[in-house]
Design a protein around this ligand. Structure first.
Ligand code: GDP
Length: 314
């Protein structure tokens, strides 16, 4: 199954290079949730507490809609202090936007995250941002990015990464800085074209690695991750495993399940391959553990799942 209706990306940016402004603009221009009506109905059906749950457990992850495709935009922790976390977060996505200020250029602090993304083989879109700056150094910046990519042993494909010039503030993007942009369409189009859609087996037993943990006073711990195989339903039983630690194995129940919609999380009933979801109900869940179908013997290592040609042996 190839999820043509979905892309999962992360933004790698130095602080102040305009990430928040650009993402806000992507959400504004990215259109409404395709099942807007259904969502509203559902929210209104719920009691106040439920509604509260939907809107208060907001983290930094967002999603935009463009031409019928949902684009999950995952924030990355800024620097090396979050080593293992960076890697897990990056495993939720298939590509990155490398956002670079048109005057300041690449900053050493983003190098670590970029390197991790490259090691995972992620596609890269270089976004030269704030091109409205009078002191913009567009072509120098491009050379600097190329140098950095070479320095980090980029593959041929990564060296050939497309460049999109943006002004997040003006809400515009263009492929050639001498051609003014009207809106962010060129950026959205490039994401759809260049970043691989998630792929996997929806009929296989469910599996998801927990990449991040959040907490909310109403529902407790929330496990966030990407469904790597199979399909999962709200209310179902799951097995919690840790393939680094075979002693960890216990059953739990998914009480609430959410997907990211714009800036909010909204309840969803099912999720499948590629979806990034938030799950509550399993009290002691920790980062790095894997949720599996309840009858799973043991989870498959991530490295095996990410290769679609490997035959699953359940
Ligand atoms: P973040 O720290 O990467 O999330 O950056 P912000 O989005 O908060 O922006 C940092 C600063 O850059 C703010 O003062 C913004 O107003 C400014 N900024 C953001 N986007 C642009 C842009 O496209 N052009 C210019 N000239 N300034 C921008």
């Amino acid at each position: 199954m190839i999820r043509k209706d979905l892309r999962n990306i992360a933004i790698v940016a130095h602080v102040d290079h305009g990430k928040t402004t650009l993402v806000d603009e992507m959400l504004k221009q990215g259109g409404a949730f395709r099942e807007n009506q259904v969502v509203e109905d559902r929210v209104m059906d719920n009691n106040d507490l439920e509604r509260e749950r939907g809107i208060t457990i907001l983290a930094k992850n967002t999603s935009a809609f463009y031409e019928g495709v949902k684009i999950n935009i995952i924030d990355t922790p800024g620097h090396a202090d979050f080593g293992g976390e960076v890697e897990r977060v990056l495993k939720m996505v298939d590509g990155i936007l490398l956002l670079v200020d048109s005057f300041e250029g690449c900053m050493p602090q983003t190098r670590f995250v970029l390197q991790k993304a490259m090691e995972l083989g992620h596609k890269i879109i270089v976004v030269v941002n704030k091109i409205d700056r009078p002191d913009a150094r567009l072509y120098e910046i491009e050379d600097e990015v190329l140098e950095l990519l070479m320095d980090l042993n980029a593959t041929e494909e990564q060296l050939d990464s497309p460049v999109v010039y943006c002004s997040g503030r003006a809400g515009t993007a263009t492929y050639a800085p001498e051609v003014p942009g009207k809106d962010l369409r060129p950026l959205f189009d490039k994401i759809l074209e260049h970043i691989d859609p998630p792929a996997g087996e929806e009929e296989s037993p469910f599996q998801m690695m927990v990449s991040a943990i959040d907490y909310n006073e109403y529902v407790g711990r929330i496990a966030i991750g990407r469904v790597t195989r199979g399909t999962v339903k709200q209310g179902q039983e799951v097995m919690v495993c840790d393939y680094h630690n075979p002693d960890t194995k216990y059953k739990g129940k998914i009480v609430n399940m959410y997907e990211i919609n714009g800036l909010n999380r909204i309840a969803c009933e099912t999720a499948t391959v590629g979806d990034i979801i938030c799950i509550s109900g399993i009290e002691n869940i920790t980062i790095g553990e894997t949720l599996c179908a309840p009858d799973a013997l043991e989870p498959l290592p991530f490295s095996k799942i990410s290769q679609p040609t490997v035959q699953m042996t359940f």
